[in-house]
Design a protein around this ligand. Structure first.
Ligand code: SAM
Length: 265
């Protein structure tokens, strides 16, 4: 009998192994600038309060800039190893819990729930997306907002179809995108990450990691939001500069950003 792994199970094995090199691989991302722009977009939609649930928070890059802004943060992730690194950065100031966003517990009532840097693309079907969104909704205050980003098709036709090499602090990371350059909308795409640790003469090759993500076209995201009882307020797009603009242009933008609220009863 074929055993089909959920997106959460794939992500857990990938990130348990990737945790020690994750911050090096993403060192070029300007989170402070990105989050500043996202907060402006949220404030336009009446963001109130300072309670944040960061779903798929990883090593904490997506919530650390919120602490000096006075936010009270709860973070969750499927990978304990990623959370251990988040804890090293945030100490006791942030509540952290292992959780699969497919079975998200109710941590409380939050003014803002977000899932950043394509955490949602690790879900592998429209049903998984809707299930995760329902769990996020259950954590939103009545006036709360939800924000998440997804990788657009261009990201799968370039980054997920190409080789990228990152060298930092004695670590050489080679990302082999395995997607076809003309991959179809809604496809599942894989990449293989090779990690080599270099310390003088000593060279150690770590086991390769597979990243498995699914592209979610806008129509599918909107349908999943509706199915979860959420109303989409805004869709933005941005390229590698990370500056969100409207409208989303799937010919140019590598990411789409969705902002939603609970459907009023
Ligand atoms: C690309 S990282 C982003 C981490 C963090 N949000 C950031 O911006 O640096 C994606 C994160 O999503 C987590 N993740 C993927 N699928 C998940 C799931 N089903 N439930 C919880 N976390 C998940 C991974 O473990 C990983 O830490």
């Amino acid at each position: 009998m074929e055993i089909v792994k959920s997106g959460g199970e794939w992500a857990e094995s990938t990130y348990e192994a990737m945790a020690p090199v994750y911050d090096d691989f993403t060192a070029h991302h300007d989170y402070d600038g990105w989050l500043t722009d996202l907060l402006v977009a949220l404030e336009r939609r009446g963001l109130q309060g300072r309670r944040l649930l960061d779903v798929g928070c990883g090593t904490g890059k997506s919530f650390m800039p919120m602490l000096p802004r006075g936010w009270q943060v709860t973070g969750c992730d499927i990978s304990q190893a990623m959370l251990d690194l988040a804890h090293e950065k945030a100490g006791e100031d942030v509540e952290l819990a292992v959780a699969d966003m497919l079975e998200l517990p109710r941590f409380g009532e939050f003014d803002l729930v977000w899932a950043l840097d394509d955490a949602v693309n690790y879900l592998l079907s429209r049903d998984e997306l809707e299930r995760a969104l329902k769990g996020m909704k259950a954590n939103m205050a009545p006036t709360g907002l939800l924000l998440f980003d997804v990788n657009e098709l261009i990201a799968y036709r370039t980054f997920f179809a190409e080789v990228t090499v990152v060298e930092r602090g004695g670590c050489r990371l080679v990302w082999h995108g395995l997607a076809e350059p003309n991959v179809a909308p809604g496809s599942i795409c894989e990449s293989r990450l090779e990690t080599t640790l270099i310390d003088g003469e000593a060279v150690e090759r770590l086991p390769d990691l597979t990243h498995r993500q699914r592209h979610f076209p806008e129509a599918e995201v909107l349908a999943a939001l509706e199915g979860a009882g959420l109303e989409c307020l805004d869709v933005y797009g941005h390229g590698l500069d990370g500056i969100p603009v409207q409208p989303l242009d799937v010919e140019k933008h590598t990411k789409a950003i969705y902002i939603a609220r609970r459907v009023a009863c």
